[in-house]
Design a protein around this ligand. Structure first.
Ligand code: FMN
Length: 383
């Protein structure tokens, strides 16, 4: 069993300070009054968020367990219909009366896959499909998807969800905010953080390049928006007046302490919760994440059409070898959906899409409440 030593816990900067752009030193203790402000605004005990993860991992059971333990659980709701989203929100409420969050995508481009590219990709993947006993898929797939975000936001407003976060752009969340919902936006650069603060968010999530899943970038080109968490967070803290939440590569209490030392008022962890029993990630993914190391991941747009960090595997090698440009997000995902489903059925992680941050090796298959309590103890948050 790995434990974070007392020496690591002592790095928590109780009375650390930082120098602002005018050269003035500003106090920034791990639990300064501004930290308490964010914690009070979100109504949580610990400055720890279980990051939203759409596509299955953030079940109501996971979200509720994190909130129940004093963190903030977040439901990744982007792929849910408004009806399914409402049901999931109510399922969380059945399990906890603590605050929780819901997350959506600000922007879902609705461009279809190019049929010529689809045909080229299918030709390139024909041998792989044959080896799996799969028929050639229908030529016409990867259609445009309707953007349901406004109906989803209406559900969040109707259900009076305590915290609403979004990624991939800037959303008008005034309907939800009017009911008292705290609104968080995701930035991968200082420019994006400034734009979100100007749009009136209550806090900015600074997502460093180590993060698992899709990059949240919307103003800064993807290739430039690869700033690591340790560089991004203090620059965003200095640039905006609203609280900052650090995300990306935070794997245990040392990472939480480091995020607070950098001036973040809370830390958001995604990959660290993927192997929890309450997580809806498939067992095949959980096993692969348990075997991952620091160099196992890569940012690629080949899986979905939008850059995201996941485990490097045979499916990615196939897609790269095909030499066909990916269809727009999210249509690209539909082009390989049959392969992924068959791989899951065969318990074959090499042909699946498994999002992961760079700190997967720090994750443990513990119940989510225990993860929260361990992070709090390791980062000395109760002292
Ligand atoms: C499986 C998975 C799915 C994700 N889905 C979303 C999402 O729906 N919305 C979002 O804002 N971020 C999403 N993210 C990003 C996380 O919210 C967060 O930024 C990231 O997990 C932090 O980095 P870490 O994984 O190293 O902890 C996802 C991440 C993962 C690993």
């Amino acid at each position: 069993m790995r434990t974070v030593t007392a020496r690591a816990a002592r790095i928590v900067p109780r009375h650390a300070s930082r120098v602002d752009t005018t050269g003035r030193v500003r106090p920034n203790s791990a639990m300064s009054s501004t930290h308490r402000d964010l914690i009070a605004r979100l109504g949580i005990r610990y400055p720890i968020l279980q990051a939203p993860m759409a596509g299955g991992p953030t079940t109501p059971a996971l979200v509720a367990a994190v909130s129940q333990a004093g963190g903030l659980g977040n439901l990744g709701g982007a792929y849910l219909t408004p009806e399914a989203l409402r049901e999931a929100i109510r399922a969380v409420r059945d399990l906890t009366d603590r605050p929780f969050g819901v997350n959506l995508f600000a922007h879902l481009p609705s461009e279809p896959a190019d049929p010529a590219h689809t045909a080229d990709l299918d030709r390139a993947l024909a041998a792989r499909r044959k080896s799996l006993g799969l028929p050639m898929p229908a030529a016409e797939r990867g259609a445009a998807q309707a953007d349901q975000v406004h109906d989803q936001i209406q559900v969040i407003a109707d259900e009076r969800v305590p915290v609403f976060s979004y990624t991939f752009g800037i959303l008008d969340a005034s309907d939800a905010a009017a009911t008292g919902t705290a609104v968080l936006g995701t930035a991968t650069s200082v420019a994006e953080a400034r734009a979100l603060a100007e749009a009136g968010v209550d806090a900015v999530i600074a997502q460093g390049a180590e993060a698992g899943g899709h990059r949240g970038s919307f103003l800064t080109p993807f290739a430039e928006a690869q700033v690591g968490t340790i560089a991004l967070v203090p620059q965003v803290v200095d640039a905006v007046d609203v609280p900052v939440i650090a995300a990306g590569g935070i794997g245990d209490g040392r990472g939480v302490a480091a995020a607070l030392a950098l001036g973040a008022q809370a830390a958001a962890l995604g990959t660290a919760f993927l192997r929890c029993p309450e997580s809806g990630a498939p067992q095949t993914s959980k096993r692969a994440l348990g075997q991952a190391c620091d160099t196992s991941t890569i940012v690629t747009d080949r899986f979905t059409g939008r850059p995201a960090r996941g485990l490097r595997n045979t499916l990615l090698a196939d897609l790269e070898a095909a030499g066909v440009p990916p269809a727009p997000f999210p249509a690209q995902g539909a082009l390989i959906a049959d392969l992924r489903a068959e791989a899951l059925r065969r318990d074959e992680p090499e042909l699946m899409v498994i999002w992961s941050g760079q700190a997967a090796a720090l994750s443990r298959p513990e119940p989510a409440g225990e993860v929260v309590r361990r992070l709090a103890a390791e980062a000395d948050l109760d002292a």
